[in-house]
Structure formats: structure tokens, C-alpha cells
Write a protein that binds this ligand. Structure first.
Ligand SMILES: Nc1nc2c(ncn2[C@@H]2O[C@H](COP(=O)(O)OP(=O)(O)OP(=O)(O)O)[C@@H](O)[C@H]2O)c(=O)[nH]1
Ligand SMILES: [Mg+2]
Ligand SMILES: [Zn+2]
Length: 287
């Protein structure tokens, strides 16, 4: 039987669901490929059909990029979804996501969801901070629909991944953009003040308006293992404007004298919270 080229849209129970122009095939991987590689959602593959809609993965084409958490390959942009409340906004986690998305070479977009639960002033302030940090910021409410159309347009024609903690409303936003997705939505545990890990698998969905978007399971912690301590500062784009004026060319903006970034923080030209979270991550990478 014939071979097909397609894209892995979901991996469940040892099977890879591959979307091809000829239809969807449930594929598996064996032999050398199985021992030597890991197939990720988003991978472009060649499959060999052996019966009806079952197939074997024969080849994985080279990846443009990959993200490890959530695990996905070949995406154009990372949309980090955070809720303004319920579960509470976690800026430490947001900054970690931002580092990893930038380190993977993806365009970073932040979606602050559940704006219906907080004041307009709060939304305005956080938006400004992260715009200064070089991100595209989209405030939304999957409940009222505010900002959802803007998010939908940002996704158009691109391959995007939605990432963020459990319960922030990733699946709710996607259902609002395209009700046909019918993704399962979970309640927030009021006792633990977090989501219940409703989405279980990374899945690439096809957008009616063009492009694909991955819904992913939420998680609550994120290690920066792959990041080099000396490279961290480049993922805080708001430092770049000041860094040329630091006394030492390799300044980490930490304990060095004559640091122009520290000076800018003092003068409130750089957000203090962002700078302190940078220092926390820097020290974590030291160990
Ligand atoms: N008030 C309010 N509630 C929202 C909003 N968006 C989502 N929710 C609620 O938040 C809860 C969690 O939503 P989900 O869409 O399941 O969250 P998720 O990010 O997909 O969570 P996981 O799949 O567990 O990672 C549900 O009870 C939603 O109804 C919003 O904009 N405002
Ligand atoms: Mg979900
Ligand atoms: Zn410096």
C-alpha cells in the first residue's frame, strides 16, 4: 500500500494520529526509529499505510524547532495563557515560560485570561509591564468573550501552542474561538486554588480560519534546565536597551558594580518585579 506525508496531531497509547491530505491515519512506530527517536506532536512524517486507516511511521522529517514542556515540534508561536485570578496570577511561572519559548526561537505571545474577575486598572498595568518585556499581550475573557476575536486573529494561518497552568482557561478560549472543538472544560478546585488537569494530551487542532493550534495539559512548575546562566539575560528583552552602558561587557546585572540595568531598575525604567524574578532564576541556574 501507499505512503503518505502528514503531521502528527496527537500521540495516545503508543499510537500517533497523522493528518494527511488523504485523511487521518492511526500510526505506530517500530524498529530502529522507535529505539533512536521520539516522535512529537507537530512532527512532519512519512507513513506507510498497511490497512485501511492504519499505518507505520517510516520517517520523521527534520524539525524547525521543538519545545519540551509542553512537548511539541514545528510551531511558529507560543501563546502563554495565564489567568488574572482563580487560579491566581503566577508571574514566576509566566517568566519561566517566556524564557523557554524565546529559547526555543518562537515568537512569544501572552494571553491574560479571566479579565472579568479583576479591575481594568490591574489588567492595564500587567499589560504594560509585559509589553515592555517585548511580548505581544492579549487580555481576554473566555466568559464574556472580550479579546477572544483578537486572539483568534493572532492564531490565523500560524501553528501555535497554548501553554499555561491548569485551570487558566486554555480549552475554554479555544472552544470560544471555534465551538466545534468541543474541548472538555474543568472546574477549579476551590480548596487547592488550581485546575484539575482536565486536558490530558497535547493535541493539534485545525482552525477553520486557517492554521493549527495545540491545546495542552496545564502544569504548575517548570525547570529551566536547558538554559545557560549567561544566556538568561537575553530573554529579558527590556534589559537590552540599558546593557550597553554597564561597566563590564559581560555584566549579568547582578553583583557587578556600575550596572546600568540595576540603575534603570532603581529609576523605575525597568520593572522591579521582572528584575527580581530574573535574579531568582539567575541564582537557581547557578546551583
Ligand atoms: N470567570 C472566568 N472563568 C473562566 C474563564 N475562562 C475559563 N474559565 C473557567 O475556568 C475553568 C477552567 O477552564 P479550562 O478551559 O478547563 O482550563 P484549562 O486551562 O484548559 O485547564 P487544563 O486543561 O486543566 O490545563 C472552567 O471552570 C472555566 O469555565 C474566564 O475568562 N473567566
Ligand atoms: Mg484544558
Ligand atoms: Zn549590568
Amino acid at each position: 500500500m501507499g505512503t503518505r506525508k502528514g503531521i502528527v496531531i496527537k500521540a495516545v497509547g503508543g499510537f500517533y494520529f497523522v493528518d494527511t491530505p488523504q485523511g487521518m491515519y492511526r500510526s505506530y512506530i517500530r524498529g530502529r526509529l522507535k529505539r533512536e527517536t521520539e516522535v512529537l506532536v507537530g512532527d512532519k512524517v512519512k507513513i506507510k499505510v498497511f490497512d485501511g486507516d492504519n499505518a507505520i511511521v517510516e520517517e520523521i522529517y527534520p524539525r524547525q524547532n521543538k519545545l519540551m514542556r509542553p512537548a511539541i515540534a514545528n510551531v511558529d508561536q507560543g501563546v502563554i495563557v495565564m489567568s488574572m485570578a482563580n487560579p491566581p496570577l503566577n508571574l514566576n511561572l509566566l517568566d519561566r515560560f517566556l524564557v523557554l519559548v524565546q529559547a526555543a526561537g518562537l515568537k512569544s505571545i501572552i494571553c491574560f485570561n479571566k479579565i472579568d474577575l479583576v479591575s481594568k486598572a490591574e489588567v492595564k498595568e500587567i499589560t504594560k509591564t509585559y509589553q515592555q518585556a517585548g511580548a505581544i499581550v492579549i487580555p481576554t475573557s473566555a466568559k464574556t468573550g472580550d479579546g477572544v476575536e483578537i486572539l483568534g486573529e493572532v492564531l490565523r494561518g500560524k501553528v501555535s501552542v497554548l501553554a499555561g497552568p491548569s485551570g487558566v482557561g486554555k480549552s475554554s478560549l479555544l472552544n470560544r474561538i471555534q465551538p466545534g472543538f468541543s474541548l472538555q472544560i474543568g472546574k477549579i478546585s476551590q480548596k487547592l486554588r488550581r485546575g484539575r488537569h482536565t486536558t490530558r494530551h497535547v493535541e493539534l487542532l485545525t482552525l477553520a480560519r486557517g492554521g493549527r493550534v495545540a491545546d495542552t495539559p496545564g502544569f504548575t512548575s517548570l525547570a529551566l534546565d536547558e538554559i545557560d546562566q549567561r544566556e538568561l539575560r537575553y530573554y529579558f528583552p527590556e534589559f537590552i536597551e540599558w546593557a550597553p552602558n554597564c561597566r563590564f561587557p559581560g555584566c549579568l546585572h547582578w553583583r557587578e558594580p556600575g550596572c546600568a540595568v540595576k540603575e534603570a531598575v532603581k529609576k523605575k525604567q525597568v520593572d522591579q518585579g521582572r528584575y527580581h524574578r530574573y535574579l531568582d532564576l539567575l541564582q537557581e541556574l547557578e546551583g
